[in-house]
Design a binder for this molecule. Structure first.
Ligand code: ADP
Length: 400
């Protein structure tokens, strides 16, 4: 069974074609600058040279067609015809309370996705465009939606409700949804495998630290709390996002600086976080470099980031009545030895400590806590695409 996994952003399409016999990736790629001049498709067939295809791609439908052409091209393609694609799995950002699991795409599901647009006006529309493009180009091929929010639908009400009038939840669905769910699900399950324990015996704190960053408390295999909220802006200080702030700052700044709702949204989402704090970059590599050279604001940005992560770890240990494992994943979590060290310094009270030798690892699964630690610390590379492919396979296998 061959499954195409598609992740559509507003101006990009990421894809991977899986052979599910052995879960190998036959090809993967990224199409950027959709709707802009000079679109670029970077296509990587397994075991072959990368190919760069330039052209103007005016919309997602043309983009998906370009991806299918690349996959079936006689020289750099990996399949003879698109008939070899048995199913398509889509990453969908927001499933609100409608979707607690991955789902076969039907016209009813598409209607529900349209309704979810109000919750994720930036993210869901391109996901819908991608699904529509595949329906048009691959009629009859089953498609599955895998939601970033789904894993967190197990959160209890006391964890997902804000201290707002209850009507705000009933009327507008104002509550914590959480994101990165596919990643938190995958790495928590991998941690249980590495510990040779059943998920139902474990309390795991998963730290997805990339450009966007979130933490989840996974108790007995279920998400019971997470740091992102109604939108992916809440929680940790991130690359360019503020994370949690006193909400009274928003009207204050709007008045003082004469900002419109769009401007304050942009300020909090694009100009804040470690970028705003350091004044250097949103990329942790640049900030770590500047901090090493003695830049104080860079050092402060790293300190604030590590401190917020550490505080969440402590609060989630309290939320679960203890913790058995802490997992670091995504770009920063998988690669920054220094940041993992900084975050964990001060967690000894939980019964854990990083082993500096074991921590000398990047991008591969490893336990990095000292031998005999009561709480294990892991680095586990995330693989959201594989989860999407597996869910798609499972749902499509049950079709008659
Ligand atoms: P996203 O998917 O949210 O865009 P990623 O998970 O790819 O993000 O993470 C990207 C971030 O990871 C970059 O901003 C960078 O700061 C950080 N990162 C990647 N590699 C390293 C590294 N070797 N050292 C420090 N930070 C890194």
């Amino acid at each position: 069974m061959k499954i195409l996994v598609v992740n559509c952003g507003s101006s990009s399409i990421k894809y991977q074609l899986f052979n599910m016999e052995d879960e190998s990736v036959l090809a993967k790629g990224l199409l950027e600058r959709i709707g802009l001049e000079g679109s670029v498709l970077t296509h990587q067939p397994a075991g072959k040279e990368k190919v760069v295809i330039n052209g103007d791609v005016e919309n997602h439908s043309v983009g998906i067609k370009l991806v299918l052409d690349a996959l079936t091209d006689p020289s750099h393609g990996v399949i003879k015809s698109m008939k070899e694609i048995d199913a398509v799995g889509h990453r969908v950002v927001h499933g609100a309370e409608r979707f607690a699991d991955s789902v076969l795409i039907t016209p009813q599901v598409m209607d529900a996705l349209e309704e979810c647009i109000q919750m994720a006006p930036l993210h869901n529309p391109p996901n819908i465009l991608g699904i529509n493009a595949c329906t048009e180009l691959m009629p009859g091929v089953p498609q599955v939606g895998v939601f970033d929010t789904a894993f967190h639908q197990t959160m209890p009400k006391h964890a997902f409700l804000y201290g707002l009038p209850y009507e705000a939840y009933e009327k507008y669905g104002l509550r914590r949804y959480g994101f990165h769910g596919t990643s938190h699900r995958y790495v928590s399950q991998r941690a249980a495998e590495l510990m040779q324990e059943h998920m139902t015996n474990l309390r795991i704190i998963t730290c997805h630290l990339g450009n966007g960053a979130s933490i989840a408390a996974v108790k007995h295999g279920k998400s019971v709390d997470t740091s992102m909220g109604f939108t992916p802006l809440e929680g940790l200080v991130m690359g360019t996002r503020s994370g949690a702030i006193d909400p009274a700052i928003i009207p204050f700044l709007m008045k003082k600086e004469g900002m419109t709702p769009e401007q304050i949204d942009n300020y909090l989402n694009k100009k804040s976080g470690v970028l705003g704090l350091s004044g250097i970059s949103s990329d942790f590599r640049d900030i770590e470099e500047a901090a090493k050279d003695g830049n104080e604001r860079a050092q402060l940005a790293l300190e604030i980031f590590a401190y917020t992560v550490r505080k969440f770890i402590g609060s989630y240990a309290a939320a679960m009545g203890g913790v058995d494992a802490i997992v670091f994943t995504a770009g920063l979590g998988e690669n920054s030895i220094a940041m993992r060290d900084k975050i964990c310094l001060g967690l000894e009270f939980l019964g854990t400590r990083i082993d500096p030798v074991k921590n000398n690892v990047r991008g591969k699964a490893a336990e990095i806590s000292v031998d005999g630690a009561k709480v294990k610390i892991f680095v586990i590379p995330t693989n959201e695409e594989l989860v999407i492919a597996r869910d798609t396979k499972e749902i499509c296998a049950n079709l008659v």
